[in-house]
Ligand binder design. Sequence first.
Ligand SMILES: [Zn+2]
Length: 447
Amino acid sequence: MNAICSSAKLGKWPENPSSEALGVSAAQSRELLRQATEKAAQEKADVVPPVCPLCHQPLSRLSADHGRTFESKFGPITVRRTRGYCRRCRKWRFAADAVLGLEETAGYSPRVQEMAALLASKMPVGEASAVLEHLTGVKMPRATLDREARRQGERAQRLRKKLDEQACRGLQPAVQQELVLEPYQMIIQMDAWNIRERDDWGQTGKMRQAGQEPERWHWVYTGTCFRLDQRGKTAGGRPMISQRGFVATREGIDGLREQLHAEALRRGLGQAAGALVIADGAVWIWRLADDRFAQARQRLDFYHAVQHLAAVGRAIYGEDKDKLKSWLRPLVKQLKNESSIKVIQQLEDILASLPAGAPAQAVAKEVDYLREHQDRMDYRAGGRRGEPIGSGAIESTCRQTQCRFKRPGQYWSQQGDEALLCLEIFWRNERWHLLFPHNRPIDPSKN
Ligand SMILES: [Zn+2]
């Protein structure tokens, strides 16, 4: 009906008669696809044996022809199914629903469920609802789409947990490892960024009266891991990584630790000749690394170390940018190409020559910091081995994820966040098909 209406609208532009012709044929072909989908779904339902999908016991008291209509990619389709009673579960069951992927849905086909989940993980739900209708003609109100995406996200969280447990027990890695001929290093990077959530739903008025803002910033913990031999350069010289794993979670440092460990195992940590954790100076990262990646070497992000050097320069030279630059340049070079010990020694000499006061205090603080991380600043050796000296890979990951989750005026709840983050990570890790196994590309019954 809608497609016919829109083709009538197109008819208002007589200078473009081909659009009208196209519109009509699009409606007709959509109807043909809808019929084909309905037929394929019915054929599939007809051959499902009357067995309980949960406990696999034969069903009794069978009765046929229970119709159920749901929204497919090409419009509403109706499938007639057989109902039976499971004596063990003490429940009426439709065995076909499980096979067709219709068990828990609010009346949408698996393909439409998948589209809702994918769109909601890529854009705000209001937009997702409009895009879905524009591209496919499927109408799913914003609230329904939100609920559907969240349900898929929660399903994704359960699957992630199961896959992570399997990875930790050494059962079937999700990523097929090719035969490893050369020893390789596993690179692990971590970082965190803030997400704005609205806590205390329903309490807004009260809180505002009490002078509190009902929004909070929370940490999203993020990690990435990849094999060093899978890092290369594009034709344009830009660094790229052909295969890497991602983790992003609102489940705190503990959540990151377990998820990243499982991801690293799936990506080949167990077969790696060694591992290297690269990050900025956050204390929690090194604790996590000591705890879960105890064998891994640790490296402070080079850019981060340079920022601390620059802080020393600012303490000495104040706002004199030229002096600061000419002082900083050789030190940065030394840090990269020679040794951190040499650089720190020079800073200590400077500190000894400074009179007591604010600049000396600032320099002392930076020297302490650099001393603490001295062993994590092996940039020369790292560079020679072709290892990254910076944590650029995780920083770009954070930026990309933030683009979706940190838009102006967006508020999130912890549950909603984790569900959508989980969907996003399944997509990025190329594990989406594990979440939607019903939707194989050439299966018309799943459209
Ligand atoms: Zn049963």
